[in-house]
Write a protein that binds this ligand. Structure first.
Ligand code: ATP
Ligand code: MG
Length: 594
């Protein structure tokens, strides 16, 4: 079944998505839901094979967990609300008895419960279980085909340990396995430091395929020694130009509600102003918590860092974090808050009329704001600001945290002679030291060497299998189509019989096909009754690394051998082509050394 299309559908925005649709690898069923057609299924199986080999070599054990999850498990970890309400991504349903179930987006709850009931002693540890399975996530913006779909294939692994050192050993071993897996799949990745949520301290690393179509922004030092997802990245902000010492004054700032307008009209610089932002955190218990943030005017807020700080500060999971507009304030009945002139010391009493919000701010100052000795900031009165104020003039410093976005061009924190460079990345894998978050909330305990009971130390490790299949195409293609890495290509060789009405060509083509198959080569025979040109175009599109064209020269026992990656062609004897392909392919197959 080789059904190719001349044109890609309009919704296929990126090249890999277009090529996979045109090549007949995938078929869209509805938003974010795709069928893997036979060619694609071969690619997926090959990726899975590589994953299995590398994980089994590390002593991981394969299992298969249920996709229907009872809500009570997710309630115990406090994730049910966040994953099902509002922007939550868990598909959920009720069974005939009215019991709530979710379709598994990830499996920490299930696996932790199993471990808690099956592993009792430190003597049984460590254990690392993995599965390769379809995951369901009702993504807010499904797009780019298999890159961000709502039903996708993931390898997820979870490890259980008696102590943190052992977890770290396993984490390093998985890091090594991941590097081998990606290398064997023929994709180039960079490992970057990643956000590890509010639980803090725990290490987390993502593996990124660099490509312009990537959804993640990564920041890398020139020497490549530092690489981090922007969500997590730290850097040295450019130094602020200090304000001259002056007595604090009040300034009239009519129509100057933004940093830009203030700078233009008042002759200040953005880095001399404190920008005060109101955000709303929706907590796991449904509470709406207003947050007042002070940050230097030339800096941007990193919402991931902020969410983590709020969550840590209140010891609650966050369901969502929202920016607040003047209209939102009006809707809360907070008409007295002078939007555009808010200062860090905006009083809590301003919230007393709030219809549903908590009536006390959580207050944070980013380090960049905290470090300013004198600054300009809102005066908490419409169209008025204060200049030459210090923190003691505005009621003292709130809690100081790092919540600024590191930016390309910033000095690298680890080496201030280097500047961060920006790249876009497609996340294909993630390894994570979870610690005891899930084992504690699910009371999954074991007996330690001293005979007392404690929660497991856990790690979790994901790979986006279907995403890799597409990322490989994003990384390796030309204007005529896909160029599959040999190891994950649906077939290693394609034999194209130019004219199937020619008996000699037919016989020779089939003979080469049989010989290659006999030697264990994955070979596809294109003996469709189509014009040769059509078959060549299709072969280019579907991207099989080696092509044997059995055409006019068959009568003299010669065929053409074409290498898809560089399009080099040579005319050779049919016996030699078989030998050469076997040599090429087995050389490639064994070129990875461990
Ligand atoms: P992202 O930030 O891209 O949404 P994530 O942090 O939610 O990813 P994990 O929960 O760590 O991802 O999942 C493990 C892996 O599964 C990811 O590294 C990614 O490769 C893949 N993955 C996650 N979401 C999707 C999706 N919607 N479609 C395809 N693959 C996905
Ligand atoms: Mg996600």
């Amino acid at each position: 079944m080789l059904v190719t299309l001349r044109d890609a559908p309009a919704d296929a925005e990126i090249i890999s998505h277009q090529l996979l649709i045109r090549g007949g690898f995938i078929k869209r069923i509805t938003s974010g839901i795709y069928a893997y057609l036979p060619l694609m299924w071969r690619v997926i199986q090959k990726i899975n094979c590589i994953i299995r080999e590398e994980l089994n070599a590390k002593g991981c054990l394969e299992a298969l967990l249920p996709q229907l999850h009872p809500s009570d498990l997710w309630k115990k970890t406090g994730r049910w609300e966040g994953y099902t309400a509002g922007e939550g991504i868990m598909f959920n349903l009720k069974d005939r008895q009215g019991r709530e179930l979710g379709l598994g987006p990830t499996h920490e709850e299930i696996i932790t419960q199993i471990a808690g009931e099956s592993l009792h002693s430190y003597k049984q540890l460590p254990v690392n279980l993995y599965q390769i399975q379809t995951k369901f996530r009702d993504e807010i913006r499904p797009r780019f085909g298999l890159m961000r779909s709502r039903e996708f294939i993931m390898k997820d692994a979870y490890s259980f340990h008696a102590n943190e050192e052992d977890l770290k050993t396993s984490y390093a071993s998985m890091d090594d396995a991941y590097r081998k897996i990606f290398e064997r799949c023929g994709i180039k990745t960079v490992a970057v430091e990643a956000d590890s949520g509010a639980i803090g301290g725990a290490a987390s690393q993502e593996f990124m395929v660099t490509a312009d179509a990537g959804e993640d922004l990564i920041l890398i030092s020139k020497d490549g020694k530092y690489a981090a997802n922007q969500e997590k990245a730290i850097s040295i902000p450019k130094a602020a130009i200090p304000l001259e010492k002056n007595a604090p004054i009040l300034i009239e700032t009519k129509n100057q509600n933004s940093i830009n307008e203030l700078c233009l009209n008042q002759n200040f610089q953005a880095d001399q102003i404190i920008k005060v932002i109101v955000m709303l955190a929706i907590l796991e218990n449904g509470r709406e918590q207003p947050v007042l943030i002070s940050i230097r005017g030339d800096q941007e807020l990193n919402e991931t860092k902020l969410s983590n700080e709020i969550s840590k500060f209140l010891n609650k999971n966050l369901i969502a974090l929202k920016s607040i507009t003047e209209d939102d304030l009006d809707r809360q009945g907070l008409i007295n808050i002078p939007f555009g002139s808010i200062g860090p010391d905006l009083e809590d009493v301003m919230l007393s009329n709030a219809s549903s919000w908590n009536k006390k701010f959580v207050r944070f100052a980013d380090k960049t704001a905290a470090e300013l000795e004198l600054f300009v900031c809102g005066a908490n009165k419409t169209e008025q600001h204060r200049a030459f104020s210090s923190w003691s003039d505005v009621g003292g410093l709130p809690k100081v945290v790092d919540i600024r976005k590191a930016k390309p061009g910033d000095q690298c924190f680890y080496d201030n002679k280097q500047f961060l460079i920006e790249k876009r990345g497609i996340e294909v894998g993630h390894i994570f030291q979870l610690g005891r978050k899930y084992s504690s909330s699910l009371e999954a305990n074991f007996t330690n060497e001293k005979g007392s009971s404690e929660p497991f130390w856990m790690g979790c490790y994901g790979i986006g299998v279907s995403r890799i299949a597409q990322a490989a195409v994003e990384q390796s293609h030309d204007q005529s189509g896909i160029i599959w890495p040999l190891s994950i290509s649906p077939f290693e060789v394609i034999i194209v019989i130019a004219n199937i009405k020619d008996e000699v060509q037919n016989r020779l083509g089939e003979d080469i096909y049989k010989q290659l198959r006999h030697k264990g080569i994955d070979v596809l025979l294109d003996d469709r009754d189509e014009r040769a040109g059509v078959k060549f175009k299709d072969a280019d599109l579907i991207g099989i690394p080696w092509r044997v064209v059995v055409g006019r020269d068959s009568s003299s026992g010669k065929v053409e051998l074409l290498k898809r990656s560089d399009r080099s062609v040579k005319l050779i004897e049919s016996e030699i082509v078989v030998k050469e392909l076997i040599a090429e392919i087995s050389r490639k197959k064994s070129s990875i050394s461990y």
